[in-house]
Design a protein. Structure first.
Length: 170
């Protein structure tokens, strides 16, 4: 599996500054909403190539996807193999995921998966929320596996890096 990460930059006057200059009422936003306003969306491309295991990890390394809490994330999945593949993660049960393209969404009691026929492409959109450590109450980075539910040995990692916090704590 080959991953490419693209960051998009929005051009224009920041909305907050435009509202204040025009004298319009200003509505405060939470830290997660602010992060999604300020940070550009994250786009990752995943290619499933013809291999014995379904995905094509580069040089034996498990592929990894990195995103940030509160930032819209897009994963484009292209099936370049000759068989159907699935793309699933525990994360997909925890956050709303919108699918576009030629994939098929499958839901069960304990899972949510997206299947993709050979030669097809699908796009998954989501925004992960912050999670706090149960003992400290501090926001923490989250780690998830993603895998092909038809070929479970084909897998990768998904990291959701916490975007809030103070240096040095306090």
């Amino acid at each position: 599996m080959r991953l490419r990460v693209h960051r998009f930059v929005a051009w224009g006057i920041p909305v907050t500054a435009a509202i204040m200059v025009m004298g319009l009422p200003f509505k405060s936003v939470s830290a997660v909403e602010q992060a999604s306003i300020e940070a550009p969306p994250i786009k990752v491309e995943v290619e499933i190539r013809e291999t014995e295991k379904g995905f094509n990890p580069e040089k034996g390394n498990t592929p990894a996807i990195y995103t940030t809490t509160g930032v819209p994330t897009t994963i484009v999945v292209r099936n370049k193999d000759h068989v159907t593949h699935g793309f699933t993660s525990r994360l997909f049960k925890e956050v709303p995921v919108r699918m576009e393209g030629q994939g098929t969404e499958l839901r069960g009691k304990d899972f949510k998966s997206f299947h993709l026929e050979p030669g097809k492409t699908m796009t998954l959109h989501f925004t992960a929320s912050s999670k706090e450590h149960p003992m400290t109450g501090q926001p923490e980075t989250q780690w998830y596996l993603f895998w092909c539910d038809l070929h479970p040995e084909a897998k990768g990692e998904l990291y959701i890096v916490e975007s809030r916090g103070e240096i040095g704590g306090g």
